[in-house]
Design a protein around this ligand. Structure first.
Ligand code: GLP
Length: 269
């Protein structure tokens, strides 16, 4: 894993956005895996700015979202469909037919999950998968003890996740208990993975992901098995890392590293 330590949320978001932009510049018809939650909002804002001010073109991009709550219609403000439209899609030029988000209201979940996996494959596979991390170390909605080979399916949410995500709902009892989510196995097939984490409260999960054993108790730890994962962290999220000095040393010294510690005005990638 490549660890990139940034000073704050804004810098984390800018660096993350540049990694996404580089993928699109190298491959204009890139397939992106997208995430929801508070973590990627700054990155999305930066992509919108790049689209407006720098002409970053999404007209040939395809996107697949990680997950959706079961039972929430697309027009529910707490749904991930709504989140994606509000925070990203309404501002970009991604063709409507290139946007895929798991359905929270299909009447045949099994068939839908099979179809979703097939669409990812038929689109050529995900070039860059963006991820956040839950406080229990989950990626997408792959809660602790999810199979590390799992595919898109329905998961029952952990009580901690329901509590963590209650802030996005009017009342805590409105948080759905089930979600449809890409599996850990689905995520690991992406060619590159970009995971972001910020805030002190994420530090234990970040340490378990990077330095803990590979275990289904922290599904993000499965990323240790992926050859091209970049973790972009803010300083607070690094607080529980035992090898922090080493990661800083690597970041400082790697010759030609695009993530090398730098002044803001020097090019990053
Ligand atoms: C949810 C999402 C995850 C996300 C996590 C963290 O559970 N399914 O994809 O990474 O929340 O959310 P936040 O970024 O708001 O901390």
């Amino acid at each position: 894993m490549r660890i990139v330590i940034t000073e704050n949320y804004d810098e984390m978001s800018r660096i993350g956005a540049r990694i996404v932009a580089r993928t699109i510049n190298e491959k204009p018809n890139a397939v992106l895996g997208l995430a929801t939650g508070g973590t990627p909002i700054g990155l999305y804002r930066e992509l919108v700015r790049m689209h407006r001010e720098e002409g970053l073109d999404f007209s040939r991009v395809t996107t697949f979202n990680l997950d959706e709550y079961v039972g929430l219609p697309k027009d529910s403000p707490a749904s991930y469909h709504w989140f994606m439209r509000e925070n990203l899609f309404q501002y970009l030029n991604i063709p409507e037919q290139n946007i895929y988000i798991p359905s929270g209201t299909t009447d045949n979940y099994e068939a839908f999950c099979t179809w979703y996996e097939a669409r990812i494959r038929e689109s050529g596979g995900i070039d860059l998968q963006l991820l956040g991390i839950g406080t229990d170390g989950h990626i997408a909605f792959n809660e602790p003890t999810s199979s590390l080979g799992s595919r898109t399916r329905i998961k029952t949410l952990a009580k901690q996740t329901i509590l963590d995500n209650a802030r996005y709902f009017e009342r805590p009892e409105d948080v759905p208990i089930y979600a449809i989510t890409m599996g850990v196995g689905t995520i690991l097939e992406a060619r590159k993975i970009l995971i972001l984490a910020n805030g002190r409260y994420k530090a234990p999960a970040v340490a378990a992901m990077i330095e803990g054993p590979v275990t289904s108790m922290c599904t993000a730890s499965a990323l240790q098995m992926h050859p091209e994962t970049v973790c972009v962290l803010d300083r607070e999220a690094t607080k529980d890392l035992q090898m922090l000095e080493y990661y800083e040393w690597v970041q400082e010294k790697s010759p030609g590293s695009p993530y090398r510690k730098r002044r803001e005005d020097t090019p990053l990638l």
